[in-house]
Design a protein around this ligand. Structure first.
Ligand code: ATP
Ligand code: MG
Length: 569
């Protein structure tokens, strides 16, 4: 892996959160500490949006010499699973970040959170409410109308305490009572209208089992968990801006050991994809993709399987920046970042995706030459390898046309191309299957003087083609991916159900591709540039006797085109 691309704070482009922290460091707020956290709910796999949050939280800690915790916000036992807890840790580590010994769970704090709740009750700041969820909703009011107070709002402290303890003891049915904060039913902020802090729910929790039948709500558990971990800057996405007064209210009304500061930024949205875990789960459950790690998924597991390098994902997250204003990033920009990294790091190899047999009629039957080939022109330290060359080759079917237009510079009867690292060849004849009329073989002549030499004057050789030696090539399966969705915004209302916007051609499987012999032994995860075809990695399920490659990204940089167009407007 490349060394980390995080530079000292002074050299990083600034954004408003860095500005806030810089100001805090000047004023001495938070004792010049920076302690962030990444707080996923373990109810699905992480996606590229989470990667942004991970890079931001862990990145800030690295930059300012601080710490970042990994904390599972596991307050909703009905949707959470151990599988997700494990995948999240794997994904954060793979992205290149380390929480050291600071792995926490909100459920670790259930006892402490309960005690904080009793403290609220004792101080007249919370009450047990017997209204049903529906009744609570009815009394809540609207943005334009104030809410109405619960008839249970003025219960005496002793009664509240007794009822809350009995809620915990399991005396009441699910949903029959809640603990609510006693704030202000006429607050213009709906979140402040006596929000529910605890609900009764009999559900097996993946860590605490059946120890609890009351569970704290996110808006209550989150600030207090932050406080218990002495988080300085609690970075979250914009939809929590309206929750900040409640975040602060919780910190102000119980005896917390620390007062973190919540800062909101705009979440990452990306074209041609969906990013809600609920929707991604649906794709998995309905079998519309092969799993959470399907290479077409915007999940970190999917991107890993597809061959996106973690370094390139980190660069992407840094370049898109951090802002308060929501925006949508072009999927092509992510691909651009992947391509840019792989251009520097991926060895070049040759693989023929749709093979057409080529016979060099003037090349001796038994002769094999081992030709030297550089592994990466962008990186001389990548070295060289030897490629076998013989009388029979495979070339790309689309590099031949029997009756080509003028501008087609590849093979056609009488025309010449150069073979990469090898000779100039001329096509003499296309052999057809008499039954189907399909071209099954080209008969060509090699100019045996032309290897490593300039093109002799007077000859038109404009294209260099890739090839593999037929006697040595290894058959392989290659998977080509297109966008998972056809629409830029698959969730837009006019598209109806987002699954209707799935691209039916997002996966194309090619069997019988022919790859360089050295690729048969490349282990899963290795990544290459298949000359002229794109970047490909060895799939996690690839085997030496049946190699499988995924196209990570093609070579065509649509982002560069978009950027050019925008610049000229
Ligand atoms: P989703 O909406 O995809 O289900 P979530 O917000 O419910 O995501 P959490 O597990 O709660 O998922 O998210 C963990 C952290 O990642 C939170 O701090 C959240 O704000 C952040 N996060 C989630 N989605 C994005 C995104 N698209 N861009 C940036 N940060 C995100
Ligand atoms: Mg969430």
């Amino acid at each position: 892996m490349e060394t980390r691309d995080t530079k000292p704070a002074g050299e990083m482009p600034s954004h408003f959160i860095r500005d806030i922290i810089d100001a805090d460091q000047t004023s001495g707020k938070h004792g010049n500490r920076v302690h962030t956290r990444f707080p996923p709910e373990p109810n699905g796999y992480l996606h590229i949006g989470h990667a942004k949050s991970i890079c931001l939280n862990f990145g800030l800690a690295l930059q300012y010499g601080g710490l970042c915790n990994l904390r599972f916000d596991d307050t909703n036992p009905t949707k959470e699973e151990v599988e997700y807890v494990e995948s999240i840790q794997e994904d954060v580590r793979w992205l290149g970040f380390d929480w050291e010994e600071r792995l926490f769970y909100a459920s670790d704090y259930f006892e402490q959170l309960y005690r904080f709740a009793e403290e609220l009750i004792v101080n007249g700041k919370a009450y047990v409410c017997d209204l049903s969820a529906e009744e609570v909703r009815q009394l809540r009011g609207t943005l334009t109308e104030p809410g109405r107070e619960s008839p249970y709002r003025d219960r005496p402290v002793e009664e509240n305490l007794d009822l809350f303890r009995r809620m915990r003891a399991g005396e009441f049915e699910d949903g029959s009572r809640t603990l609510r904060a006693r704030i202000d039913m006429s607050s213009p902020n709906l979140n402040m209208r006596d929000p529910v802090l605890y609900r009764i729910l009999r559900a097996e929790h993946h860590r605490t089992g059946d120890a609890w039948c009351i569970y704290p709500m996110y808006d209550y558990a989150h600030p207090l968990s932050d406080a218990l971990e002495k988080i300085t800057h609690s970075v979250c996405t914009l939809e929590f801006e309206d929750h900040r007064p409640l975040y602060d209210w919780c910190l102000d009304n119980v005896s917390v050991p620390y007062k973190p500061q919540q800062i909101e930024f705009a979440r990452l949205n990306m074209t041609y994809t969906v990013m809600s875990k609920r929707k991604l789960l649906r794709l998995v459950q309905e079998g519309r993709v092969s799993g959470w790690d399907d290479p077409r998924m915007p999940t970190i597991a999917g991107m890993r399987r597809r061959g996106y390098p973690p370094e390139a994902i980190r660069t992407f997250c840094e370049r898109i920046g951090v802002a308060k204003v929501p925006s949508t990033v072009d999927f092509a920009f992510l691909e651009h970042c992947i391509r840019e990294y792989l251009n520097r790091h991926a060895p070049r190899v040759m693989a023929v995706l749709e093979p057409l047999r080529v016979v060099l009629t003037n090349y001796p039957q038994e002769k094999i030459e081992w030709l030297e080939a550089e592994n990466n022109p962008e990186d001389p330290s990548a070295g060289k390898r030897l490629l076998p060359f013989g009388r029979e080759l495979f070339m790309e079917r689309e590099d031949f046309m029997e009756d080509p237009p003028k501008k087609f510079y590849r093979l056609a009867p009488g025309r010449e191309v150069r073979l990469k690292h090898a000779y100039i060849i001329r096509c003499d004849e296309a052999v057809k299957d008499p039954a189907t009329g399909k071209v099954v073989e080209l008969r060509c002549t090699a100019d045996l003087e032309s290897r490593g030499a300039e093109v002799p004057s007077g000859r038109s050789v404009k294209v260099t083609c890739h090839w593999v030696s037929a006697a040595h090539a290894v058959p392989a399966e290659v998977r080509l991916y297109e966008k998972l969705f056809l629409k830029e915004n698959p969730e837009s209302a006019e598209g109806g159900d987002f699954v209707e916007n799935l691209n039916p051609d997002s996966l194309k499987v090619l069997e019988g591709c022919m790859v360089e012999p050295g690729l048969a032994s490349a282990g899963p995860g290795r990544i290459f540039q298949f000359m002229r075809q794109g970047y490909f990695n060895v799939d996690a399920g690839s085997r030496a006797d049946h190699p499988v490659f995924n196209r990570t990204v093609s070579l065509k940089d649509t982002w560069a085109k978009i950027a050019q167009k925008q610049a000229s407007q």
